[in-house]
Design a protein around this ligand. Structure first.
Ligand SMILES: Cc1cc2nc3c(=O)[nH]c(=O)nc-3n(C[C@H](O)[C@H](O)[C@H](O)COP(=O)(O)OP(=O)(O)OC[C@H]3O[C@@H](n4cnc5c(N)ncnc54)[C@H](O)[C@@H]3O)c2cc1C
Length: 397
């Protein structure tokens, strides 16, 4: 066992941290207030190879391992505490992995290179107005019609709907096949028959969340992932990878909050001495740091498991992968949220201002508490299923 990053991994991590410090932190407020990530930030990410970075080189990516992608997600979560850039990054990283693994050759050649250049967006559309946790109970259908699929129904709370309209691109979409099973297919947002609606979120304002309505939108069959009717497992595999990067971004955001907090408690004097001299604050810091470190290494283990098994199509370690991934998606948003909350408290009244910027993290991380990429209780249910056995599942699967 070796906890040391390789020279290549360390150099890459440092490069992304420099990018986070120079480009993301300086644009963070703008990203939060203007409601989009500036084009120059996306171009800089593309230049560094950060967009859809796991995509193999022949389709425009850098063929990054899951560990390397996880390291980048940490740094991007640290750089833009609002989480908007992290969300853009991790959706493309996670779902381009699924696309690279299961897409047709023609679709990969057509769709992935512009995504890697920042000229198109790629996300996931599974949630519907009637719910996101009970995916098997969804209503949207994708019916085969000759060399196409006709998509009909509605998706909601989908990240990147406006970006996919503005830049081009679309979402890997999970829909029921009337002939049985589920289809998982890439649906370009600008397809005739699709309308979008923007929702008004409380946080991560730099990336849109919206609704997609499909009125028999015709999608070429070349955009199908895997085989007809067999898409559910492919989507679940994609969630497994994407959840690791969510957790990584939360670790970065937690570390950023602690750095901000440590600087503050070293400098701020109360009762004649620095705040950091008081045990009440020191103990909180020690507890938070311990939890963040523990989660960070579990997240890296999760990425390592993906490199070793998931990305090679090896499902023999699926229970272990599911346990580790759901544990990090459960723990990382909560500890990140707790770090931001505690550090806001250390700041007293100034922590409540927009100037200090902690509230951006507070609002952004909350998205991962309420549900994005799967709610916390769903992670608990997956864990319990793996620990107790499938017969303890509280619902049909
Ligand atoms: C900002 C944001 C961005 C998002 N982006 C995307 C996206 O890009 N693509 C996409 O497809 N979806 C997206 N989502 C939706 C997300 O995946 C869903 O919020 C999530 O799956 C939960 O679905 P729901 O919100 O409908 O809650 P529901 O499924 O209605 O559940 C409500 C609550 O009950 C809990 N719960 C559910 N079942 C159980 C149970 N059996 N036992 C105990 N508790 C339970 C859930 O954890 C949740 O807290 C996004 C959400 C947010 C907030």
């Amino acid at each position: 066992m070796d906890f040391q990053l390789s020279d290549e991994e360390q150099a890459f991590q440092e490069a992304v941290r420099r990018f986070g410090d120079k480009v993301l932190r300086t644009n963070e407020e703008r990203i939060d207030t203007e409601g989009r990530i500036p084009d120059e930030v996306l171009s800089a990410m593309a230049d560094l190879g950060l967009l859809a970075m796991p995509v193999p080189e022949q389709y425009g990516g850098i063929g990054a391992s899951s560990v390397l992608t996880e390291l980048a997600a940490e740094e991007i979560g640290r750089g833009d505490a609002s989480m908007a850039t992290a969300v853009f990054f991790l959706l493309e990283a996670g779902w381009s992995t699924a696309f690279s693994l299961h897409g047709t050759e023609e679709a990969k050649q057509e769709v992935l290179p512009p995504v890697c250049r920042g000229k198109a967006f790629l996300g996931i559309a599974s949630t519907e107005p009637t719910g996101g946790s009970d995916l098997a109970g969804m209503h949207t259908t994708a019916r085969r019609d000759g060399e196409s699929f006709l998509v009909h129904g509605e998706k909601s709370f989908i990240s990147g709907t406006e970006e996919a309209k503005r830049l081009g691109g679309g979402h890997l979409t999970l829909a029921k096949d009337p002939e049985g099973g589920f289809n998982f297919l890439y649906v370009p947002t600008n397809t005739p028959g699709i309308t979008t609606q923007r929702f008004h979120n409380m946080g991560r304002m730099g990336i849109s969340t919206g609704g997609l309505s499909y009125q028999d939108a015709r999608v070429p069959a070349k955009y199908l992932m895997g085989r007809q009717g067999k898409g559910f497992g492919l989507a679940m595999g994609g969630f497994s990878v994407a959840r690791t990067y969510v957790a990584a971004a939360c670790v970065g955001a937690a570390e950023r909050a602690l750095e901000t907090g440590m600087k503050y408690i070293r400098e701020r004097e109360v009762f004649g001495q620095p705040l950091g001299k008081f045990e009440g604050v020191q103990f909180e810091l020690a507890d938070l740091w311990t939890e963040v470190e523990a989660v960070k290494w579990q997240v890296r283990r999760s990425a390592w498991l993906h490199d070793k098994y998931t990305l090679r199509g090896d499902v023999s370690h699926r229970p272990e992968v599911d346990r580790v991934v759901s544990s990090v998606k459960l723990a990382a948003p909560q500890i990140a949220f707790e770090c931001v909350k505690r550090v806001m408290m250390w700041h007293g009244a100034s922590g409540y201002t927009k100037d200090v910027g902690l509230e951006r993290g507070f609002r952004g991380i909350m998205s991962y508490m309420v549900g994005a990429e799967g709610g916390l209780n769903i992670m608990r249910i997956i864990l319990a299923r793996e620990l107790l056995g499938k017969e303890f599942l509280p619902y049909r699967q």
